[in-house]
Design a protein around this ligand. Structure first.
Ligand SMILES: Nc1ncnc2c1ncn2[C@@H]1O[C@H](COP(=O)(O)OP(=O)(O)OP(=O)(O)O)[C@@H](O)[C@H]1O
Length: 252
């Protein structure tokens, strides 16, 4: 589904990604790990076209992503969540989730401003979809509540709901369980697994919580200083001396 080849990104004198290559199969749950500053978020930013790569290619479902406009990414079926929650505090949970569905609307500025029947129908359909996602993630009770003031664990689920309402095929999760307690991590893993199976999703997850990564991912890519230092199933990665030295020794 996805092939990243020789991807290099530089910020001035810093090489954030240094010739990184890996593939993700359709339906796979892949983990991206590594110490702070290893380049994980930069990689996500390249996949969603927030950053241009200096060199290398990203082929997604046969299409070269590096030439796709950033606003077209959601339409291609790629959605992401953000490390520091990209929610609007004063918007309701439902409206925050609806933001994730904007690319599915077909109404232009004028038709929307005139409130023509087609627009209203479209809006109703998107709201129904948002409500269905909220129900799935056990958020229906707080649908009308502003995002601000809700518990952190709830906000993490709202962030996931917003990504899912866009009906992605490739879901990029940036530290989805960071800040959650042990019970919440377990619950999140269960929910994600069920959604992934039901929706036939491909997932790439960046996470420092090794219990979550090792328990949910089929394959893990480890970055260090922008370079891929290892790739393999969790059991191999756990024993890899390079990964232990660069990373696992510090988080264990
Ligand atoms: N916009 C930017 N301008 C300059 N340097 C940047 C920028 N974004 C990232 N970097 C640098 O690129 C390197 C990789 O950063 P990145 O955020 O991708 O790492 P990360 O693996 O996601 O780290 P963390 O686990 O802390 O989120 C770091 O040295 C960082 O300081």
């Amino acid at each position: 589904m996805l092939e990243v080849r020789d991807l290099t990104v530089r910020f001035g004198g810093i090489t954030a990604l240094d010739g990184v290559s890996f593939r993700v199969r359709r339906g796979e749950m892949a983990g991206l790990i590594g110490p702070n500053g290893a380049g994980k978020t930069t990689l996500f930013n390249c996949l969603t076209r927030r950053h241009d790569a200096d060199s290398g290619t990203i082929v997604y479902e046969g299409e070269e992503l590096t030439s796709v406009a950033p606003h077209a990414i959601a339409r291609l079926g790629i959605a992401r969540t953000f490390q520091n929650l990209g929610l609007f505090p004063r918007l309701s949970v439902r409206d925050n989730v609806l933001v994730g569905a904007h690319h599915r609307g077909r109404a232009g500025f004028l038709t929307a401003a005139l409130g023509l029947p087609g627009v209203r129908r479209e809006e109703r359909a998107l709201r129904a979809d948002a409500d269905a996602v909220l129900e799935r993630l056990d958020l229906a009770r707080v649908a009308g509540h502003p995002a601000s003031g809700l518990p952190f664990g709830t906000l993490k689920r709202v962030e996931l709901a917003r990504a899912l309402v866009g009906r992605p095929r490739l879901l990029l999760l940036d530290e989805p369980v960071n800040g959650l307690n042990a019970a919440e991590v377990e619950e999140f893993a269960g929910t994600l697994g069920a959604i992934r199976d039901a929706d036939d999703l491909t997932v790439i997850v960046v996470e420092h919580h090794m219990g979550f990564v090792m328990g949910t991912c089929e394959r893990i890519v480890c970055l260090d200083f922008g370079r891929k230092i290892a790739e393999g199933p969790p059991a191999e990665i756990r024993r890899d001396p390079g990964v232990i030295e660069a990373y696992l020794g510090t988080v264990a």
